[in-house]
Design a protein around this ligand. Sequence first.
Ligand SMILES: O=C(O)CNC(=O)[C@H](CS)NC(=O)CCC(=O)C(=O)O
Length: 277
Amino acid sequence: MVLVAVGQLTSTASMVHNLAQCRVLVKKAVHAGAKALFLPEASDYVAGSAEETVRLVKPAHDSEFVLGLQQEARREKLPIHVGVHEPGVDAGKVKNTVLWIDECGEVAQRYQKIHLFDVDIKDGPVLKESNCVERGTGILPPFDTPVGTVASAICFDLRFPEIGLALKRLGADIITFPSAFTVPTGKAHWEILLRARAIETQSYVIAAAQAGRHNDKRVSYGHSMIVDPWGTVLAELGDSSNEPEIATAEIDHDLLRKIRLEMPLNRRTYVDIYPEI
Ligand SMILES: O=C(O)CNC(=O)[C@H](CS)NC(=O)CCC(=O)C(=O)O
């Protein structure tokens, strides 16, 4: 058994403020005895417009936010999985990425969000992420960590079961969805999607979420969650709070093996029958 933590905060356009919030989360995770900390999508900043999102971006090696978290990881020997922005290939755009900062403080893995949140919902959110974000073109193979084999996907990727299934087939024990869900879609879909991904992949799902009001335009749903491979919610945070918060849960690799052995879900067998998938 190994303990992991999800951290929840309300990122603003100030990287200094957001780093301070994340340092509080690191302290709480270390105090709880967690062996890895999972932080939300866009932990470095949530801007008020596409222009501001592009204006604030810095490469990881030059970002006080990323450098600060690397220092925390090194000092506490705590790996940190964190969503940030990085400069795009096209100067007018950014990449929405997640970094695995290992226990030595090195950026050891990087995944770039594939599915972008372009929606226009009547009486609901209207957001066009592709206005300022470049789409990733490849999944990151799951990687070994002190808490198990971790796979990264980001926020809206959660709505595409195929990416989770692909990551499971590539060996994931834990699938992560760092997020900044909107409130209406979060209320309707967040928990059910996370539990579905956990059940169908027979994997742990760790979903750190932005929570509360970022600026006059954006509010995030919160409800960071850790789900076990049977679909049980092991830990959950609330809508938002004044303080950045963590929740923890044990990753039980024996349970993972047991569930996969007792109910084999080898979908590959059926791909021949319905190749349309
Ligand atoms: O803009 C940033 O800086 C950070 N990125 C986000 O907040 C992203 C893109 S707008 N949010 C989502 O993907 C929400 C998905 C969602 O809410 C759903 O699938 O229902």
